[in-house]
Design a protein around this ligand. Structure first.
Ligand code: HDL
Ligand code: ZN
Length: 413
C-alpha cells in the first residue's frame, strides 16, 4: 500500500473521516414506527431546547409563559428572527441549522421560513430518514427508549416492524431517579414492589429491566445522573437501585451500562427542557463502580469540562470503562478539539470520540459534519507527529483507525 506523506496527510485524513460511516451511540431520535416521537423539520430544528435557551438571552424581556403559550411555528419564527435575522447565527446550535439547510440545498439567507417549510412539507418521515442518514453518513443510531413514557410504552407493547438502523437502549431514569417515584410507576404495571428497597422490590425491578431489555432488544442500559451521585452510598436509593438492579442486569445479560453524569436538572424551571445545567462530579464514584463491577462494561460520559481529564485517567486504570462523546455543553468545537486531543494522547484509539445526542432527526447532519471536521483536524496533527517520528501511514491503516473510532464496535459486548 502506498504511504501517505506529510503533504497529502490532511486531505487523506479528512476524506477518510468523511467517508467512514458512523454508528451514533447515543441519540434521541426514533424509528419511524414510533410516530410523533420522531421529531424532524425546520420548526423542530429551531425550537430545539439549546436554541430556546439562546433566544431568551437575545430577548430577556420575553416572559417564559408568553413563549410557551406560542405555537411551535410561532416559536420557530421568533427564534429565526432573533437569532438568524436580527443577529448573525454565531452559536454552535445556530450554525448547526445553517449546516443542515446548506446540505439540503436550502437558502438560509431569508427573513422568513415559508420556502424552507415548503421543502419539509414535501417530505415523508420514512423518506427523510433515508435522506438524513445518507447526508450525515450515519449507518446506525442508538435510541433512548423509556417504556414508562406514556407515548412510547404502548407502541412497544403493541409491537412493530423494526427498522434495523435504530437500535434499542433501555433508559432507566424513570425507574431509579427520585425513588419511590419508580415504585409508583412499576406497581400499576404488575410488578410487586413497595417503596422500600427490599429484596423482593429489587427482584421485581430487575424483572422489569429484563422484560423490557427483551422487548426492545436493548443493546445497553442508560441513565443520566446528577453530579451528587455517589457510590458506595448505603443511604441512597439511587445508588442501591443502580448497584443491585441496573448493574446486576447489565452483568447478567452481558450488555454495557451507560452513565451520563453531571446534570443539574431544572436550575431554571421556566426554561423547561432547556433549564438543565452542569455540575462537577467526583471521579472517585466512577473509579469505585468500575473497580467493584469488573464484569460490566461501563460507557461513561460526564458533563463538566473539569471532569474530562479525570475520566481519561480513570479509563487508563479500568479496561471495563469506555469514555464516550463530548456531551451537551461540551459539544462545541473549542471543547471537542481539546477533549479529543487529550483522549488520543492518553487512550490511543480506545474511546468513542462523539455521539450526536440528536433530538431532531435533521441534527444528525450537522452534529456529525461539525464533529467529523474537528476529529479530522486533531487526528491529522497526531499522525503528523507520528510521521515525524518515523511511522509509516497507509490508507489501509488510516481507514482501520478511523473505523475503530466511528463504527461503534467499542461499545459492543
Ligand atoms: O439525558 C440525556 O440524554 C441528555 O442528553 C439530555 O437529553 C439533554 O437534554 C440533551 O439533549 N443533551 O444534548
Ligand atoms: Zn441525551
Amino acid at each position: 500500500m502506498p504511504k501517505i506523506g506529510p503533504d497529502t496527510l490532511a486531505a487523506a485524513v479528512r476524506k477518510t473521516v468523511e467517508e467512514t460511516p458512523v454508528t451514533d451511540i447515543h441519540t434521541h431520535v426514533y424509528d419511524a414506527a414510533l410516530g410523533p416521537l420522531l421529531l424532524w423539520g425546520i420548526d423542530e430544528l429551531l425550537t430545539y431546547h439549546y436554541l430556546v435557551a439562546e433566544v431568551f438571552r437575545a430577548r430577556p424581556d420575553l416572559a417564559y409563559d408568553a413563549f410557551w403559550a406560542m405555537s411551535k411555528p410561532q416559536q420557530a419564527d421568533l427564534i429565526w428572527a432573533e437569532l438568524f435575522v436580527k443577529r448573525s447565527p454565531v452559536s454552535e446550535s445556530c450554525r448547526g441549522v445553517l449546516t443542515v439547510l446548506k446540505k439540503l440545498g436550502l437558502d438560509a439567507n431569508t427573513e422568513e421560513l415559508s420556502a424552507i417549510r415548503a421543502y419539509f412539507a414535501g417530505q415523508t418521515a420514512a423518506g427523510y430518514i433515508d435522506t438524513v442518514f445518507s447526508l450525515a453518513n450515519v449507518s446506525k443510531v442508538y435510541m433512548t427508549n423509556d417504556p414508562m413514557d406514556p407515548l412510547e410504552g404502548p407502541v412497544w407493547e403493541k409491537g412493530f416492524q423494526r427498522d434495523p438502523r435504530f437500535l434499542g437502549v433501555l433508559r432507566v431514569d424513570s425507574l431509579v431517579m427520585n425513588w419511590p417515584d419508580g415504585a409508583a410507576r412499576l406497581k400499576p404495571r404488575g410488578y410487586d414492589v413497595d417503596t422500600s428497597l427490599s429484596g423482593r422490590t429489587l427482584g421485581e425491578a430487575r424483572r422489569y429491566l429484563n422484560e423490557w431489555c427483551d422487548r426492545i432488544n436493548a443493546r445497553y442500559l442508560a441513565v443520566s445522573l446528577p453530579p451528587s451521585f455517589r457510590y458506595p452510598d448505603e443511604a441512597s436509593s439511587l445508588t442501591t437501585l443502580m448497584a443491585k438492579a441496573v448493574f446486576a442486569v447489565a452483568k447478567e445479560r452481558g450488555i454495557p451500562s451507560a452513565m451520563m453524569i453531571g446534570v443539574k436538572k431544572l436550575v431554571n424551571p421556566g426554561l423547561q427542557l432547556a433549564g438543565d445545567s452542569v455540575g462537577k462530579s467526583i471521579i472517585e464514584t466512577v473509579e469505585r463502580i468500575c473497580c467493584d463491577f469488573p464484569d460490566v462494561k461501563f460507557l461513561i460520559t460526564m458533563l463538566a469540562r473539569e471532569n474530562m481529564h479525570e475520566l481519561c485517567v480513570a479509563a487508563r486504570k479500568f479496561k471495563n470503562m469506555v469514555p464516550f462523546g463530548c456531551w451537551w455543553f461540551l459539544n462545541d468545537p473549542s471543547l471537542i478539539r481539546e477533549i479529543t486531543a487529550m483522549r488520543l494522547e492518553l487512550l490511543g484509539l480506545t474511546f468513542v470520540p462523539q455521539h450526536s445526542d440528536a433530538r431532531v432527526l435533521d441534527q444528525l447532519i450537522y452534529k456529525w459534519a461539525h464533529s467529523r471536521a474537528i476529529l479530522a483536524e486533531v487526528l491529522t496533527q497526531k499522525y503528523r507527529d507520528m510521521l515525524e517520528a518515523g511511522y509509516e501511514l497507509t490508507d489501509e491503516r488510516l481507514q482501520r483507525d478511523v473505523r475503530i473510532l466511528l463504527d461503534g464496535k467499542l461499545i459492543e459486548p
